[in-house]
Ligand binder design. Structure first.
Ligand code: G3I
Length: 323
């Protein structure tokens, strides 16, 4: 494939990328987004950490800008994320319950955020990272402590559905390809939510991978996730060279494995039934946009390089998706 011919959004299902409002000032990135993706996810500015401002009031300037960009470019908009153990805003910790109950404040937050973009979202990560690091149970959080585990999640799903009748509603987690125990707990949670009548309609697997992930891990995970029959979102795909466990591998071998692994992820996703292929989303289109660069400036985890040129991984994906 010549560089200019790569247009991943020609795939038979949505190709996505995360963005920050600030990114939309970068015309080179905007051009790349317009050529490559048909769905965008707010990298962090639809999280509670942004939406609830320093004074405890809501701030929607950045998410509104991202939503407007999606609308102006006929892109789907995916909402990330409503409830996350890692981002319980102090406003909830210090809530004056004589004024409003904790559950009502939790509901009001979800109604406000989901309601604002009602009818414009392809879906929401309603609960992000509900399973413990090694998969032996569900993470404790302010939400679970105050409202109960299944209770707070069911409340979140039912409230999101009340605020937006059409958005697909997901649980989303990471290392589901690395740890079968975590995957099993994640799937058990999905089954419990479905059994409780919660409107769970999709499973998100983040897929923050390292280039030396053993072959087969991805297809095993995808097969297990597919067994529930729900749509699957590869929601945050990137493949780090630096995070590889095998430090003996040289950079060239790591780059080769990275490209092959991008192809393996694409193959596992392409093998899903069409109604289960929700979207295939990169967490940073270009190396320079990746959150991993904060961790190590030499990492090159993305499908496109700093100049927006397709790397072998993007070419491998295009080949698998037949575009
Ligand atoms: O842009 C502001 C800057 O103006 C300010 O000076 C600085 C210090 O406060 O913050 C900057 O914003 C940071 C933002 O990233 C942009 O770099 C936020 O503080 C920081 O919290 C935010 O981190 C995001 C993180 O989630 C937490 O929300 C990362 O961008 C984002 O890549 C990361 O994404 C997560 C997913 O939500 C869940 N899965 C894992 C993934 C990677 O950690």
């Amino acid at each position: 494939w010549a560089q200019e011919q790569i247009a991943l959004k020609k795939a038979a299902f949505p190709i996505g990328a995360c963005v920050q409002a600030l990114h939309l000032d970068d015309q080179a990135l905007v051009d790349l987004l317009q050529r490559q993706v048909s769905q965008i996810t707010a990298e962090w500015q639809m999280n509670m950490e942004y939406v609830i401002g320093p004074d405890g009031g809501f701030q929607f300037d950045a998410p509104d800008r991202i939503a407007a960009f999606a609308q102006a470019n006929a892109m789907r908009l995916f909402g990330h994320t409503l409830v996350w153990y890692a981002q319980a805003h102090p406003a909830f910790e210090t809530l004056d319950e004589t004024r409003i109950g904790f559950g009502d404040a939790y509901r009001n937050y979800i109604l406000a955020v989901v309601g604002r973009y009602r009818g414009r979202m392809s879906g929401w990560n309603v609960v992000n990272e509900p399973v413990t690091e090694m998969g032996d149970g569900l993470r404790e959080s302010l939400w679970s402590r105050r409202l109960g585990q299944l209770e707070h999640m069911s409340l979140a799903f039912n409230t999101a559905r009340e605020a937006d009748p059409t958005a697909a509603l997901f649980i989303n987690d990471y290392n589901l390809e690395y740890f079968p125990a975590k995957r099993a707990t994640f799937l058990r949670l999905a089954e419990r939510l479905l059994a409780s009548g919660a409107p769970l309609t999709g499973l998100g697997t983040q897929m923050h991978l390292a280039a030396d992930l053993p072959r087969g891990s991805v297809s095993e995970m995808m097969r297990d996730l597919a067994s529930l029959g729900l749509p699957i979102h590869v929601s945050e795909l990137d493949i780090s060279l630096v995070r590889a466990d095998n430090k003996a591998l040289g950079r060239q071998e790591l780059q080769r494995r990275q490209s092959a692994l991008y192809g393996e992820v694409a193959e596992a996703f392409a093998r899903l039934r069409p109604n289960q292929r929700f979207a295939f989303t990169f967490w940073g289109l270009r190396d320079r946009d990746s959150w991993l660069r904060k961790e190590n400036a030499t990492d090159t985890p993305s499908p496109f390089d700093d100049l927006g040129r397709a790397k072998p991984g993007a070419v491998a994906i295009a080949g698998v998706f037949g575009i």
